[in-house]
Design a protein around this ligand. Structure first.
Ligand code: PBG
Length: 336
């Protein structure tokens, strides 16, 4: 195995040789594209901190979904922006709520696309927390479970393919699984945001989804970025409660968790390449400081290499396009 008998560079000489021993691959079907849906007609509000991302009314959402599907991407993740917010997030479980309307419209217009809906209260509550806030200012876990289960159920009734709870309350996967099962939705999978950290990388999303907490922070429910074993434990608990897929969020600063979840749970693992990760790449690329395509593809490949089966990313459409272009490109000859 030692030089000069073994020379690792031998297998790096051409694109063709390199591709023969490549261990990790990206495909459009491992990407999920997040979409933000809002009320109104023909709305397309740009999210300033996320170039290329918009808040879309249903007609534009359908257009976007058609484009996503045409690129070979199989799934979208829906976030609803309600007209009305209150302290119990009642628009989240309103059968005529924005997410429910979007789910019905998407399933009718683009039935081949898998529609995943984010289950959380923060976009729907006036205080912006992911659960119900008690008089003493604390987020009430068990009271929140009922509302989260109600939300998941109403998404299932609207025809959603998958529910993805992102609230981080204890026991929510069990509560959602039993609510779905009791109502005949035993075939609706749950992708759990099991290993979700109280991260500073969600900033731009909170503009996109208009869900910044109005007081305090999310540290009493989202995880401490310092913890690794706890992240694995959270995934194990959710699997026990009925999760079909577990998730690490954010992705790039938590590649170690992706690796551990993949190896320790033996369950499908999703990684959420979040808004702040996207915004940093976009900002540096706009200034000409990095090569956007090269950095995005290397990032996605790293997330995949760490063990992610599915990658939720705002880069999905660009990455799918670049993958198509690379497939079409004739293989280059011997490099130096
Ligand atoms: C809702 C939710 C958040 C994200 C996904 N679902 C925000 C948060 O928890 O504060 C973040 C996604 C991103 O930053 O791209 N709970």
């Amino acid at each position: 195995m030692y030089f000069p008998h073994y020379r690792p560079r031998r297998m790096r000489q051409t694109d063709s040789l390199r591709s023969m021993i490549r261990e990790t691959h990206l495909h459009p079907h491992i990407f999920t594209y997040p979409l933000f849906v809002t009320h109104g007609e023909d709305v397309k509000n740009p999210v300033s901190s996320m170039p290329g991302v918009y808040q879309l009314s249903i007609n534009n959402l359908i257009e976007e979904a058609r484009e996503v599907a045409s690129l070979g991407i199989r799934s979208v993740l829906i976030f609803g922006l309600p007209e009305h917010k209150d302290d119990v997030g009642s628009s989240a479980y309103d059968p005529e709520g924005i997410a429910q309307m979007a789910i019905r419209a998407l399933k009718e217009a683009v039935p081949q696309l898998t529609v995943i809906a984010d289950v959380c209260l923060c976009e729907y509550t006036s205080h912006g927390h992911c659960g119900v806030v008690r008089a003493d200012g604390k987020v009430d876990n068990d009271l929140s479970l009922e509302l989260l289960a109600k939300t998941a159920l109403s998404f299932a009734e609207a025809g959603v393919d998958v529910v993805a709870p992102s609230d981080m309350m204890d026991g929510r996967i069990g509560a959602i699984r039993s609510a779905l099962d009791q109502d005949g939705h035993q075939d609706v999978p749950i992708f759990s945001y099991s290993t979700k950290y109280a991260s500073s990388f969600y900033g731009p999303f909170r503009e996109a989804a208009d869900c910044a907490p109005q007081f305090g922070d999310r540290k009493s429910y989202q995880m401490d970025p310092a913890n690794s074993d706890e992240g694995v434990r959270e995934a194990m608990i959710d699997i026990e409660e009925g999760a079909d897929m577990v998730m690490v969020k954010p992705a790039l600063p938590y590649l170690d968790l992706i690796y551990r979840l993949k190896h320790e749970t033996r369950f499908p693992v999703a990684a959420y390449n979040v808004s702040g990760e996207y915004a940093m790449v976009k900002a540096a690329a706009e200034r000409g400081w990095i090569d956007e395509q090269a950095v995005v593809m290397e990032t996605l490949l790293s997330i995949r290499r760490a063990g992610a089966d599915l990658i939720i990313t705002y880069h999905a459409k660009d990455a799918a396009r670049w993958l198509q272009e690379r497939m079409a490109e004739p293989s280059r000859g011997r490099d130096r």
